[in-house]
Design a protein around this ligand. Structure first.
Ligand code: UDP
Length: 212
């Protein structure tokens, strides 16, 4: 999982989502907020790893090892364009397949079969949270892949449709502000950020029982 601040807040009220996070084989800090909170709790973490950064590194490794990757999510053509860009950057990368992320729940099994038939061993799932985590929890086994990662809107960035904040903003931990300015419709979701700080503070003061 690439764990974002809003996801941690959401997990407080969704027991199923929480269970999925806790069962994940590897959870990375996708945002400065989660990294800060993890460090508050004594975790020795060097840096945050965003979905985009993780995909680049996984694709470099997959190209080296000959592991097929399936790109699943985003609007029509986005996953395909992201796959093309990655194959160009990582010669030898096997893009086993790509498809958009708009589908009815009843199509999930057919999609899982399609991924299995592609021979992919890694599926990158960019449906936005929590749908991508639910989908992987329920269908990863059927896809035949050894691993699946929820990557949010990373394909939008890799395909060039959405621009990431300039590096200077990222260094100042202001990526959230950049997204708020460029995608104002996200403001409601970003209400989770002050809530998150409150939760961490209550936790530090021992005033909150951790959700189980
Ligand atoms: N998306 C999708 N299917 C859906 C809803 C969303 O494939 O039913 C895609 C959407 O096109 C976008 C990504 O999921 O590429 C969500 O991006 P966002 O940055 O909002 O990710 P989050 O922060 O929710 O993980």
């Amino acid at each position: 999982m690439t764990l974002g601040t809003e996801m941690v807040v959401y997990a407080q009220r969704d027991a199923y989502f929480r269970e999925i996070i806790n069962a994940s084989a590897l959870s990375l800090c996708d945002t400065a907020g989660v990294l800060w909170a993890a460090r508050q709790r004594g975790a020795k973490l060097r840096e945050r790893v965003t979905g985009v950064d993780l995909i680049e590194r996984l694709c470099a490794g997959a190209a080296r090892e000959g592991i097929g990757v399936y790109f699943f999510g985003g609007a029509q053509g986005v996953a395909r364009d992201a796959a093309r860009a990655l194959v160009e950057r990582h010669p030898g990368l096997i893009a086993s397949g790509a498809r958009n992320g708009y589908f009815a729940d009843s199509e999930s099994e057919a999609i899982a079969r399609e991924i299995r038939a592609s021979g992919a061993r890694l599926v990158l799932c960019g449906l936005g949270f929590p749908r991508q985590e639910y989908w992987l929890a329920e269908h990863l086994y059927e896809t035949g892949c050894g691993a699946g990662v929820g990557v949010g809107g990373s394909f939008d960035v890799i395909s060039g449709r959405v621009r990431r904040a300039p590096v200077s903003w990222q260094r100042l931990h202001l990526e959230w502000l950049y997204r708020l300015v460029t995608e104002p419709r996200r403001w409601r979701r970003q209400l989770a950020l002050p809530l998150f700080v409150g939760l961490v503070a209550l936790d530090a003061l021992g005033l909150r029982r951790p959700a189980t």
